[in-house]
Design a protein around this ligand. Structure first.
Ligand SMILES: Nc1ncnc2c1ncn2[C@@H]1O[C@H](COP(=O)(O)OP(=O)(O)O)[C@@H](O)[C@H]1O
Ligand SMILES: [Mg+2]
Length: 401
């Protein structure tokens, strides 16, 4: 496996139920999970992806779409029904239980939604737990745990007990425990989903700044699209057990692979995800007029939210430039507005896709009913409800922006 890849999933399936092998075969032969539901629950179907070293790879989907099952296969807590998970040169299906435990101690740690702290241990002892399991002697592990507690903003709290902490602080301890283990890979399953919106936002910012410093490989699961867009270098969108698209936040927004993804993302604050480069026009004529010497410029990686005032102050399109100040495109008022409104007709790919969608739209619609879903909060969505993408933007936490 290429050195830049920290973890690889190859066509992995997880079917719950005694007849899992049979269900996998039938899925591979083209039957749907609904047809097979009396034989077993197909929680993850044919998932393949690479997670690159040092990236935050977000897995995003509604409740019940298979995210937790997927992440548990990535550290061997659940064996895959079919397919391979590779971490470095290790195929998880081929190692003993003992080696799997070692791998979880040394290579892959996990942060849980509900913290999973031990109530009778101090914060310091909780943070040091993974090191204790690794057999690190006391003085050393306490020293290391204290340093990590400092990093997550809990310096001085080591002697307290979990019951004395707020939710946000508890999750900082959960994060400290995972970081103290010094594994390269960090799995986070809805790690911030139980927190209040402001605290949650703080934790997201902190994770991003810690990541700048630590450069871990992080697989982060969430059902909150804004969180996915904020944290993810790339996002895998899950729907009914399948990964339906993998892409950067930009790509997911501007080139949704399906109607489902498109509906899913339509409530996102696009101005905080899209960059000038993602939406600019770049025809020869656009480039030429943008190259005039008196044109106001903006860097390609600038978020649209930071461009409004400049755009408003300039009648002519802005010139979009790369890091070496070469003009790579033009951004006029109309293009900017169209991007915010969710369409970017100037983008050739979008034009083609819009055409395809128009064709598809003449077929009977499968989904719909956005208006009255998504207010139930973080309830598991059963297979009937899971089809309503509007629920994706359920805002039990009041949203994160
Ligand atoms: N241990 C299990 N036994 C049977 N079914 C399960 C088990 N764990 C999860 N499932 C089912 O698998 C599907 C995916 O669940 P899960 O991975 O928890 O989704 P998510 O984390 O996206 O909410 C759901 O239909 C769930 O009911
Ligand atoms: Mg889950």
């Amino acid at each position: 496996m290429n050195d830049n890849i920290a973890l690889r999933a190859e066509n992995i399936y997880k079917v719950f139920g005694r007849r899992s092998a049979e269900v996998v075969k039938k899925l591979q032969a083209g039957q749907s999970r609904e047809e097979l539901s009396n034989l077993g629950t197909a929680a993850v179907i044919d998932a393949s992806f690479d997670v690159r070293r040092g990236e935050i790879f977000v897995v995003m989907g509604l409740s019940g779409s298979g995210k937790s099952t997927l992440i548990r296969m990535l550290n061997g807590l659940l064996p895959a029904s079919s397919g391979h998970v590779r971490i470095g040169d290790t195929d998880l299906a081929e190692v003993s239980d003992k080696d799997l435990r070692l791998l979880r101690q040394q290579n892959v740690s996990m942060v849980f939604q509900h913290f999973a702290l031990m109530p009778h241990r101090t914060v310091l002892d909780n943070a040091a737990f993974a090191l204790e399991v690794q057999g690190v002697e006391r003085a050393d592990r306490e020293n290391r745990a204290a340093k990590v507690l400092d990093k997550v903003g809990l310096g001085g709290w080591g002697e307290k007990y979990p019951s004395q902490l707020s939710g946000g602080m508890k999750q900082r301890v959960g994060l400290a425990r995972a970081l103290a283990a010094e594994t390269d890979i960090l799995l986070m399953d809805e790690a911030f989903s139980a927190l209040d919106p402001l605290i949650r936002r703080e934790m997201q910012e902190q994770l991003l700044s810690l990541q700048q410093e630590l450069g871990k490989t992080i697989i982060f699961i969430t059902h909150d699209l804004n969180e996915a867009m904020l944290l993810g270098d790339r996002i895998a969108m899950m729907h009914d057990g399948r990964i339906v698209q993998i892409g950067t936040p930009d790509e997911i927004l501007t080139k949704p692979a399906s109607h489902y993804v498109e509906q899913f993302v339509q409530d996102v604050d696009r101005s905080r995800v899209l960059t000038a480069e993602a939406v600019m026009d770049s025809s020869a004529a656009d480039l030429e007029s943008a190259s005039a010497s008196d044109t106001a410029t903006v860097k390609g990686d600038t978020l649209l939210s930071d461009i409004f005032s400049l755009s408003a102050a300039n009648e002519r399109p802005l010139a979009v430039v790369d890091s070496e100040d070469h003009v790579i495109g033009a951004l006029g008022h109309e293009t900017l507005l169209a991007a915010l409104g969710g369409s970017n007709p100037g983008h050739p790919l979008n034009a083609i896709e819009a055409e395809q969608r128009d064709l598809q739209a003449s077929e009977p619609a499968g989904t719909g009913h956005r208006a009255d879903v998504g207010r139930e909060g973080d309830q598991p969505v059963d297979s009937d409800g899971a089809d309503a993408p509007g629920a994706a933007i359920s805002k039990p936490e009041g949203g994160t922006r």
